[in-house]
Write a protein that binds this ligand. Sequence first.
Ligand code: HEC
Length: 157
Amino acid sequence: MRRLIWLALVFTAASGACTGRADFERMRQQQRADPFGPAMRVPPSGAVRYGQREGAAADDSEAVAKGERVFLSVCAVCHGADASGRSVVAANIPGNPPPPLNGGHVTAMTDADVFFVISHGRNRMPAFDWSLPASDRWAVIAYLRRLPLVPHAESSQ
Ligand code: HEC
């Protein structure tokens, strides 16, 4: 009886080793990323790294005045008329709230990155590339850059 058990044990171990080897061979031959080459996918054409986008808002009073009109009619409803990030929408929106635009992390963003966010949106913030001409999107940044900076307790980001 004992011998039989040993035999069974040896047999299972051997067959296990065999299938293990076959699996290992399959694993070795599968398509895989080259650990010594770039494992990242090729970015889509036209993709730009965050912080490396180009373009800057104008700084003339005409752009600023136009930007103020755009801001008050489009952005203020969420970001607050004083750009502080306080508004009825902000108090009720699920997810990340609209951040203040006159202080905090937005002032550290480049004009081009702010333009990108206004154009394409971000999470709950809608995109405006279809409704605001580019000149309006740049103008609103010109306006934001003129706002006096206010220290804010930074939001979740
Ligand atoms: C419907 C409400 C809404 C409107 C209208 C709106 N925003 Fe926002 N905005 C948000 C929310 C919500 C966020 C936070 C998004 C996130 O980080 O998840 C945000 C984020 C931002 C940010 C920060 C993006 C970042 O990368 O952290 C900027 C800049 C901004 N908005 C500018 C604007 C400007 C300028 C306008 C007007 C053209 C505008 N927003 C209109 C809701 C809005």
